[in-house]
Design a protein around this ligand. Structure first.
Ligand SMILES: *Cc1c(COP(=O)(O)O)cnc(C)c1O
Length: 362
C-alpha cells in the first residue's frame, strides 16, 4: 500500500536530532513555552520573513487570537472562503463574528479576488484568504482592497509553510499570518501546535499576552486571555524540523512535477505565475472522483478528499443561510477533488506506481 502520508518515515530520517531535542526538554523540564519555543519562534519568524512569530497550541488558536488582536467581535463580518478546513470559519464564529463567503478562482481554488468588494459592508473588519493546498491566494489585490477600505488582512497559511507570492513568503504579506503545526502539515509537530506571524509590534505584544492568560507580568491579567501556549517539547521538535523544511518542500515540488507530467485523465493542479506552490495537498479533479478513489484503494494507493463538504454547506453553519448553488466553483471542487499521496519521503518509484494505477483506471 502507498500511504497518503508517512509520518514515521520522516521521524526515522531525523530520529537522533529529535530524540536529543526531546531529551533536552525532559532534562530542563521547561514543558510550557520556555527557551526551546522562544528559539523556534525566532527561526520561524526569519523563515516567514516577519519581525515576530508567536507559538501557540494549534492553528485554530492562531486564527482565534489573530482575529481577537485585530479587534474583531460580535456583529462584525469577516470575508473568507468556504473552500477550506472548517477551522477558518469556526475561529470567526468563536469571536462572535459572521463568516461571509466568496467563491474561489477556478484555477487556483483560492479566494476569487473579483468577488470581494461586493461583499464589503459597514460591518466588515477583516479579509481572511486561505493559501489552500500549499498555494498562496492572489494577495496584491486583496491587500490593496483592504487598505482602501480600512480592513485588516489575516492570512490562513495553515497549509502553506514556505509558500511564496511574488517572491514573498506567506504570513508576511497581510497584517497577520496563521500557521498550523498539526502533524500532517508541511511543518508538523508531534502533537498540536500553531503560530502567528506579524511585522506589527502592537499586534505581537497583544497576542503574546492573549495566549498566556492575558498576563502582562505574572498574575497581572490585563486582558481576558487563554491557555493557548505552545508546549516546550513541540517547540524543540519544530526547532529541529524547521532546518529541513526547505528540503522537504523541494521534495514535494519534485513529486508534484513528476505527477504533472505523468498523470492522464484528471485535471492536475495549476501553479499560478505569482506562486511558489509547496503542495501540502496534490489535488486533482476528476468527474467520478469517488469511484476512482475506490479503484485506487483496490490498486494499493491511499487517497484523501479535501474537502467533501464545503464549509457553507456544513450543518454547523446552516444558520448562516447558504444554499447549494451559492458558491458554484467551490461546490464543483468539493465534488471532484481527490488528493494523491504527497509527502517529502515519497519515492520516485512510488509516484510512478500512483500514476500507473491511475492510467490503468482510465
Ligand atoms: C489545519 C488547518 C487549520 C487548523 O489548524 P489546527 O492546527 O488543526 O488547529 C486551519 N486552517 C486550515 C486551512 C487548515 O488546513
Amino acid at each position: 500500500m502507498i500511504p497518503f502520508v508517512d509520518l514515521k518515515a520522516q521521524y526515522q530520517s531525523i530520529k537522533p536530532e529529535i530524540d536529543a531535542a526531546v531529551g533536552r526538554v525532559l532534562e530542563s523540564s521547561q514543558f510550557v513555552l520556555g527557551p526551546e519555543v522562544a528559539a523556534f519562534e525566532k527561526q520561524f519568524a526569519a523563515y516567514c520573513q516577519t519581525r515576530h512569530a508567536m507559538g501557540v497550541n494549534s492553528g485554530t488558536s492562531a486564527l482565534h487570537l489573530a482575529l481577537l488582536a485585530a479587534g474583531v467581535g460580535a456583529g462584525d463580518e469577516v470575508i473568507t472562503v468556504s473552500m477550506t478546513f472548517v477551522a477558518t470559519a469556526a475561529a470567526i464564529a468563536y469571536v462572535g463574528a459572521r463568516p461571509v463567503f466568496v467563491d474561489v478562482d477556478p484555477l487556483s481554488y483560492t479566494m476569487d479576488v473579483n468577488q470581494i468588494e461586493a461583499k464589503i459592508t459597514k460591518r466588515t473588519k477583516v479579509i481572511m484568504p486561505v493559501h489552500l493546498y500549499g498555494q498562496s491566494a492572489d494577495m496584491d489585490p486583496i491587500v490593496e482592497l483592504a487598505r482602501r477600505h480600512g480592513l485588516v488582512v489575516i492570512e490562513d497559511a495553515a497549509q502553506a509553510h514556505g509558500a511564496e507570492y511574488r517572491g514573498k513568503r506567506v504570513g508576511s504579506i497581510g497584517d497577520l499570518g496563521c500557521f498550523s503545526f498539526y502533524p500532517g502539515k508541511n511543518l508538523g509537530a508531534y502533537g498540536e501546535g500553531g503560530a502567528i506571524t506579524t511585522d506589527r509590534d502592537d499586534l505581537a505584544k497583544r497576542i503574546r499576552m492573549l495566549r498566556d492568560w492575558g498576563q502582562e507580568t505574572k498574575y497581572h491579567h490585563v486582558l481576558l486571555g487563554f491557555n493557548y501556549r505552545m508546549e516546550g517539547i513541540q517547540g524543540a521538535i519544530l526547532g529541529v524540523k524547521i532546518k529541513h523544511i526547505e528540503d522537504w518542500n523541494e521534495a514535494r515540488r519534485r513529486t508534484a512535477a513528476r505527477y504533472d507530467s505523468l498523470l492522464k485523465g484528471v485535471v492536475v493542479p495549476t501553479q499560478m505565475d505569482y506562486a511558489r506552490h509547496v503542495y501540502h495537498v496534490y489535488a486533482v479533479l476528476a468527474e467520478n472522483r469517488d469511484e476512482i478513489a475506490t479503484k485506487l484503494k483496490d490498486a494499493g494507493v491511499a487517497t484523501g478528499i479535501h474537502y467533501p463538504i464545503p464549509v457553507h454547506l456544513q450543518e454547523c453553519f446552516a444558520h448562516l443561510g447558504y444554499q447549494r448553488g451559492d458558491l458554484p466553483v467551490t461546490e464543483r471542487v468539493a465534488d471532484m477533488e481527490l488528493s494523491l499521496p504527497m509527502f517529502a519521503e515519497l519515492t520516485q518509484e512510488q509516484s510512478h506506481r500512483v500514476a500507473a494505477a491511475l492510467a490503468e483506471i482510465y
